[in-house]
Design a protein around this ligand. Structure first.
Ligand SMILES: [Zn+2]
Length: 414
């Protein structure tokens, strides 16, 4: 064996159910092993058990710590240039997302900065962000385009996602329909442009096609047209649905068999039932209402009652700037009423399902990638319980240590 992690006070394998993401009571099943070890060989999990581990070149002593799968962040806008710190002041004055957008701020200022940036610059900025994510225990993420809104920049963004130098696994999503660019007066014309001119070039560059289905962004009909065309060209649909108003985004996700519907603030019981039936993952992004200073958070408990499999994500973007899944877990528990165990499942195996990565990552099972987060706390309940700190003391990606806290990291014997 190359590496063994042993003496974990709690080992969360998330093993078990293989035929689908976890819903209902299964969300609480973390596949816990007391006094457990994980053995790693050739970058993969070679053995998981309890008690005495096999001999290995390197032994990590995780006494007093929690060992779990690396976090999967299934919804990020990882690649963009610039920042929008001045909008915090506007938000404090009571301006809404749509008001800031109409004032030429918001997404359009990011679009301007991203169009100007070279692909090299975008790759370098994103690599640094990946480094921060790894330090917070995230080992796999999704990344969207959507700050180009023209052919050249959308392709530049997708190529930048591919070119990022990082150990992180990154799954690319095409989000050309993120906002209406200034060059187009009407959304149907823009959708037509995407379908005819951009989609054919996206093939091979992205795995998913996303759309911002919202009042003030793209209508239900625009979204249906785009995602139907995307499906034909081999992309799997995803939807930014019901973030502010419900114009039918989540039920469209069910109708089209989207892999996930994300945000879900204004989703109804009927939509949730349709999603559960169609196997659409609900991806919850509580850092977004937090950053928008909204009083309401999505009702994830209702989704869980309705049998929807749920995942959590940061929604990292210039408006909600966090790389931390543990922070998202704080919000999930304190603001949305998830239990700590549910938040762990939603940030690991279910998050992997939300981006089609469940066969490789999201649980500690023999044959899967050795993507591991070591938490410097004795149980998973501490992760959402404590806030304003980074609980991750060591991150392992494909069997290699990629982050080690110099003060609080586990002891390593070679
Ligand atoms: Zn988003």
């Amino acid at each position: 064996m190359r590496l063994v992690i042993t003496k974990a006070s709690q080992l969360l394998t998330l093993r078990g159910k293989r035929n689908g993401p976890r819903a209902g009571r299964d969300l609480e099943d973390l596949g816990k092993v007391n006094d457990g070890y994980v053995a790693v060989d050739k970058g993969k999990i070679a053995d998981v058990g309890r008690g005495r581990p096999p001999a290995a070149d390197t032994v990590i002593d995780a006494s007093g710590m929690t060992v779990m799968p690396g976090f999967v962040d299934p919804h990020t806008h990882l690649v963009f240039a610039g920042s929008r710190e001045s909008e915090l002041r506007m938000k404090l004055q009571g301006k809404t997302y749509m008001q800031i957008l109409r004032a030429g701020g918001g997404i359009m200022s990011t679009v301007r900065a991203t169009r100007l940036a070279s692909i090299r610059l975008l790759e370098e900025i994103a690599a640094f962000r990946c480094e921060l994510m790894l330090r917070h225990g995230t080992t796999t993420c999704e990344a969207k385009s959507g700050y180009g809104l023209d052919l050249e920049t959308e392709l530049k963004m997708l190529d930048a996602i591919k070119g990022i130098k990082t150990p992180m696994d990154i799954v690319p999503t095409f989000l050309g329909a993120h906002a209406l660019p200034p060059e187009f007066a009407k959304t149907p014309d823009y959708i037509e442009f995407i379908i005819k001119k951009v989609l054919p070039r996206v093939k091979g560059r992205a795995r998913f096609c996303d759309v911002f289905c919202e009042d003030g962004a793209f209508t239900l009909e625009d979204s249906r047209r785009l995602l139907t065309a995307a499906k034909k060209s081999g992309l799997v649909p995803k939807i930014h649905a019901d973030e502010i108003k419900n114009i039918g985004g989540s039920s469209l996700a069910a109708e089209l068999g989207a892999i996930s519907a994300d945000h879900l603030l204004a989703t109804t019981d009927k939509d949730l039932t349709a999603m559960a039936k169609a196997g659409v993952m609900g991806v919850y992004l509580p850092a977004t209402p937090f950053s928008l200073m909204m009083k309401e958070y999505p009702d994830v408990r209702r989704a869980i009652r309705k049998g929807v499999a749920v995942a959590l994500a940061t929604d990292f973007n210039p408006n909600a700037w966090t790389h931390s899944m543990p922070f998202v877990m704080n919000l999930a528990c304190y603001k949305m009423g998830m239990t700590p165990a549910e938040a762990v499942t939603a940030s690991t195996i279910n998050a992997a399902w939300a981006i089609g990565m469940q066969d490789k990552v999201g649980s500690l099972e023999v044959g899967k990638q050795a993507d591991i987060a070591i938490i410097g706390l004795p149980s998973h309940e501490h992760i959402p319980y404590r806030f304003g700190m980074n609980p991750v003391v060591c991150t392992i990606k494909k069997g290699k240590v990629v982050w080690m806290d110099p003060d609080y990291g586990p002891k390593v014997k070679n």
